[in-house]
Design a protein around this ligand. Sequence first.
Ligand SMILES: Nc1nc2c(ncn2[C@@H]2O[C@H](COP(=O)(O)OP(=O)(O)OP(=O)(O)O)[C@@H](O)[C@H]2O)c(=O)[nH]1
Ligand SMILES: [Mg+2]
Length: 477
Amino acid sequence: MRSETVPEIAIVGHPNEGKSSVLSTLAEDDSVRISATPGETLMCQSFPVTVDGREIIRFIDTPGFQHPREILHQLQNIQHETDNIISVFRERNADTPDFSQDVELLLPLTQGAGIIYVVDGSRPVRSVDRAEMEILRLTGLPRMAILNSKEDSTDFLAQWKEEFRKTFNVFRMFNAHRATYAERIELLEALKHIDQDWQSTLDTVISAFRKDWARRNLATAGIIIEMLEKCLSHTVTRSLPDGADEGRMKADIQQKYEKNIRKIELQAQQKIRGLFKHNIFNYDLSEHSILHEDMFSENTWNFLGLTRNQQIVAAGIGGAGIGAALDAAAAGVSFGVFSALGGLTGAGLAAFGEQNLARIKILGIPLGGREIQFGPTNNIQFLYVLLDRSLIYYSHIINWAHGRRDYEADRTEPSTDLPRTGYTAQWSSGSKSTCTTFFQVATRGEGNKETDAEQQLEKILIDQLQFISNSERVDRF
Ligand SMILES: Nc1nc2c(ncn2[C@@H]2O[C@H](COP(=O)(O)OP(=O)(O)OP(=O)(O)O)[C@@H](O)[C@H]2O)c(=O)[nH]1
Ligand SMILES: [Mg+2]
């Protein structure tokens, strides 16, 4: 392969083994057609991956093998006549309707594409699989095999590996539904070894993927910061007619405030989702996800953000206005980490939760009359809750494989041995101190001016996002 050409990889295998799903996940393309009915893919289709408007690699989806034994038989005869066995096979069978899918799937192999062979590793090896692998060996093309196990069973893995060793010098486990960013990169790294001539081109591809990911993380940090600034400075104001029911207006105004905040958060989430190329399908969060909880719910405020002690410290540094909350804490309310048995009782929530989100102010206005204003927030825990929710959302988005379409609720039970806290509770005191300064600047409405605090928070976020990208998939959120 010449170094300036775009590497082309054909994904081949038996029908319904997950070829299109693997392609969709690898190429981060949710337009790839996937179906539980075998024979979904009938024509070869090319899916280019572009970075900065430049095509860097191309994956080709192919129909499944229909008659592998017959193809192999013919190829074994043809190989005595020519080196060009696949092209000759295609010419000879071009008008045989029964072989139309086989002729189609072999097309990219006549054009020098590399091969990724996909099998469902949760079933045993059959003789048709051996025929398919032998066909691929006869092509002489660079090739690797992928075990895409649809079930969790590992009973047949040893069998598959033994079989692969005979035909492929590279094989990997890769799950189209659960592969993470790190696993995608690892697969490309492995692909490098299918042929020496491919190494430098694939190095370029991997480095483009990494740079693109870093660019997306930078953009995500920007989206999160903008969202924080909007939420923390947010106010809702209404005029207060004489004789109006003040209590009711206060409740209304707080509701409106919360509604607006939810909307700001949703817009940020949609932007992050687009950055990671989830454009078509709507993802079902794992049924245990804390993100199912409303942003202002008791569970959210107990599970995410800082612990009580950390809040006391944060308040000490920044005087961020949680004095009332601390009084309630001192009165003996437990602010422990939310457990499956239940969160805090009302008193606790009142202290750290929505009641204390912001003060309600009654303002006189120049032309006479009065206004009632809710916000900006004076509760620093709000910043941490917003941060944790966006980081958790990010971790879902980057680990949502594009090949996964069935919306099945994630049945993974949450780990019980892990502390049920978000990310920010683990942040260093330096990072928290940056947050305190950022909070003060943002609540004064002075965000978005490239302040030091904003730049420092951006750095913290980029490190955190990179860490999440390289971590294993976390199901506990
Ligand atoms: N649980 C699970 N299901 C998978 C996985 N990969 C694919 N599937 C399912 O298997 C079915 C077939 O997937 P496709 O990607 O369409 O398979 P294909 O090999 O392209 O099929 P054809 O185009 O029909 O040859 C779909 O219902 C997928 O959702 C996986 O990793 N885990
Ligand atoms: Mg398919």
